[in-house]
Design a protein around this ligand. Sequence first.
Ligand code: PCA
Length: 327
Amino acid sequence: MGSSGRKFLLTCASLFGICCFATISFAVTWDMPTPYPDKTFHTQNIAQFADEVEKATNGNLKINIHSAGSLFKHPEIKNAVRGGQVPIGEIFLSLLSNENAVFGADSQPFLATNYDEAAKLWAAQKPIITKLLNEQGLMPLFSVAWPPQGLYTKKAINTVEDLKGIKFRAYNATLEKFANLVGAAPTQVEVPDIPQAFATGRVDAMITSPSTGANSKAWDFVTHYTDIQAWLPKNIVVVNQRAFRKLDQADQQAVLTAAAAAEKRGWDMSVQETTEKTAILKENGVIIVTPSQTLMDSLKKVGAEMLNDWKKEAGADGEAILQSYQN
Ligand code: PCA
């Protein structure tokens, strides 16, 4: 065989080698839709989770984040993961309360109002949420609380009557109900659309965290932030079980380890976010108000009424959550 023939065979052999190598390493990319913008601490936490997964699997699993509802709109993300259009996604947990009230426990006004209580509530919810998601072929990976939710308005709110008739931004069915019960007029608006909704007069007030308020530059459209610390809702990252099972054992373990680290880191980030973003609201001229006793009393009355209704809707699973939370 001439030298050019030998070179040809060598090239074939090395190409064959590269092909084999590529086939047996099974590198996979997971597309991951999330609802919130890149600068959101949840999204940043997920970016770090993705980095850790890629490193720990030696590049076998790459997670490609599509933030701010860019791949799937927020209300579609869960079903996209369930249907296997994407293997993994993030959602606002209580958004699922419109399929089962049980998912809405963390958005019940004044049930859990600080980080210790929120962590305890998550511990109580977790086995039941896991069971319900499992029935849909889904597995929760980690869940992180938002900072306590406060009230953003264009005027001082001294009593619940001051909320009457105000066009109110809502993010789930529970907040919509709360707004209705205090006499406001709710409209659903996703986070990326908040500035536009205020600018065009679709809404004049909202309840959300210092985090989302500051990231949305709330000082452009409201004057007062009343720190009612009403609840600490959570985001949850879920994975499609079939997609998860396709990973080899070591890579599955790498995902679970990175998820546990992300849950811990996310809660720490959330605590820090509360102080930092409240300070940013203040620096930009938003008046930070400690709520009057009268206002809190009447809001808590609404909360108690809502919790009663929730207990009826959430049945035995809801009862189990409350019992475990209150013990
Ligand atoms: N920000 C998200 C969810 C809760 C929060 O603090 C929002 O406003 O939609």
